[in-house]
Write a protein that binds this ligand. Sequence first.
Ligand code: FPP
Length: 241
Amino acid sequence: MNDKALPRHVAIIMDGNGRWAKQHMLKVALGHRAGVEALRAIIRESSDLNIDTLSLFAFSTENWRRSETEVAALMQLLLEYFMSEIDELDENNVRIRILGEKDGLPAPQRRALEAAEERTKGNTGLNLCIAINYGGRQEIIRAARMLAQKALSGELSPEQIDEKAFSDCLYTAGLPDVDLLIRTSGEMRLSGFLLYQCAYAEFLFPETLWPDFTLEDYHRALEAYAARDRRFGGRTWSNES
Ligand code: FPP
């Protein structure tokens, strides 16, 4: 695929693990585990394709409403993932960034995530953003508070609050806006994922359940993105003359 047509920032809502488990008559935790397997190949491929940023929705602020067993299984998977993958991610020059409120997580998970961010902070390859305990409105409110604090302390005047100042207060500070958002399993919702950053994103909603999402599906999505006509509110044709 031609590099120019590649998205700089791909965001994925990995939906359908529960339904996949049900289809296979397995417990939901095994659906999430299969989801992690699908994830590994997509991360490696994004890195090989030189995509700048890949953001994954792993756990929303609303996911705490799930059963205690499912939350515990997801937390355990996250911990295992970081313990087992960190060496390879680091060797592949991947930089990990956590999007969300780490303070609300159990201590072992928080420590593992912070250690992964710290260890990979000098890496210059794929920016791998993992959203955990993340909510899009919560991220925007947090940014508004940070800006209000800066205005109060005189660091910034209200007139200086522009798109740059605002996006610098988001978890994704310094990263490009989302170009392509993929949500698997046929659900057509954003669920608050990167609300601000998705302003001009192209959306794709493949029917595939996340654990069945293969590299072929990923390539198909990237090709569909490349065929889209992105105008950012402008016009690429005219019938005025
Ligand atoms: C949505 O499927 C998926 C989640 C809520 C969790 C996604 C998490 C992972 C794939 C594993 C952890 C991630 C990392 C980075 C190690 P669902 O359970 O809502 O599916 P359903 O709608 O079919 O029930």
